[in-house]
Design a protein around this ligand. Structure first.
Ligand code: CP
Ligand code: NVA
Length: 311
């Protein structure tokens, strides 16, 4: 594993190894602090979009491991505008030991990886959000002790970046992933096909169920995300009309397994895709989930920049 661009590119063992490393680094951190295994190492972070969790968790992950992160704002590099993506990759990789990029077009992350001589980490693109899904299955495993056979129902825009990466992460780990979305917002057939191909080797399943009430029956995890992702603002009004039946509220949660947890990658639009009652209620795992971004990010940089082996 040279880069971390898409969960579908990893082997099952690599993915599990990252989860195990995140667990080990979390324990180490909580029992007194991490060892400075990244002393002298640096991570350049390119952002084309805003961020709280991704920016701060990578920054703190580097700091806790003895390294340093450099934030490059949307106006700084102007990827592809001020300078070609390939030139940015070749210059930046002479200064830093790793690059994390949050971009609009997934192709830009691929292009960075193609030209970079240091590892590239995809910190969200329009197509996928692999750091989020890595961290999320880590949270599910922590809560349930296993991933095999856990039914995770994603309710909302099934065609978005978070749903895509969750399908791949679930497929890598034997989960039963259900996408519940309005017609027109289901994942692309090629994405489903790719996830099912991965699932064939792990006993995972990927299903699409339009009706959210039917979909959440027996769910151990209900997952939601914003109806309008960054970059889709022009569609917001239309989406507000289509998505209300997909709101994760108490009535919907009541149809799931009584011990179900509710997850959201955040930021949340309270009162839209999730109600205050659910987000602040007993089923909510959202803040533990947000915390775990820190621990999952550490696993990524420890392995990719620090050469810590996966086992
Ligand atoms: N979940 C997530 O990636 O949050 P940010 O957009 O704040 O980084
Ligand atoms: N789907 C959301 C996730 C934000 C972390 C977006 O892309 O805006």
């Amino acid at each position: 594993m040279k880069h971390f661009l898409c969960i579908a590119d990893l082997t099952v063992d690599e993915f599990e190894g990252l989860l195990n490393l995140a667990e080990r680094l979390k324990k180490e951190y909580l029992s007194g602090g991490n060892k400075p295994i990244l002393a002298g190492k640096t991570l350049g972070m390119i952002f084309q979009k805003p961020s709280l969790r991704t920016r701060v968790s990578f920054d703190m992950a580097m700091l806790h491991l003895g390294g340093q992160a450099l934030y490059l704002s949307p106006n700084e590099i102007q990827l592809g505008k001020r300078e070609a993506v390939s030139d940015v990759a070749r210059v930046l990789s002479r200064y830093v030991h790793g690059i994390m990029a949050r971009v609009f077009a997934y192709d830009d992350v691929l292009e960075l990886a193609r030209w970079s001589s240091v590892p590239v980490i995809n910190g969200l693109s329009d197509y996928n959000h692999p750091c989020q899904a890595l961290s999320d299955v880590f949270t599910v495993r922590e809560r349930f002790g296993t991933l095999r056979g856990i039914r995770l129902v994603f309710v909302g825009d099934g065609s978005n970046n978070v749903a895509t990466s969750l399908m791949f992460a679930g497929a890598q780990t034997g989960m039963d992933i259900v996408i519940s979305a309005p017609a027109g917002y289901m994942p692309k057939p090629e994405t489903v096909a790719k996830a099912r191909q991965l699932a064939a080797g792990t006993g995972a399943s990927i299903s699409l169920i339009e009706n959210p009430k039917e979909a959440v029956r027996g769910a151990q995890v209900i997952y939601t995300d914003v109806w309008t992702s960054m970059g889709q603002e022009a569609e917001a009004e239309e989406r507000q009309k289509i998505f209300p039946p997909y709101q994760v509220n108490s009535a919907l949660v009541a149809l799931a397994d009584p011990k179900a947890i509710v997850m959201h990658c955040l930021p949340a639009h309270r009162g839209q895709e999730i109600t205050d009652e659910v987000m602040d209620g007993p089923h909510s795992a959202v803040f533990d989930q947000a915390e775990n971004r820190l621990h999952a990010q550490k696993a990524l940089v420890a392995h990719l920049l620090g050469g810590v082996p996966l086992s």
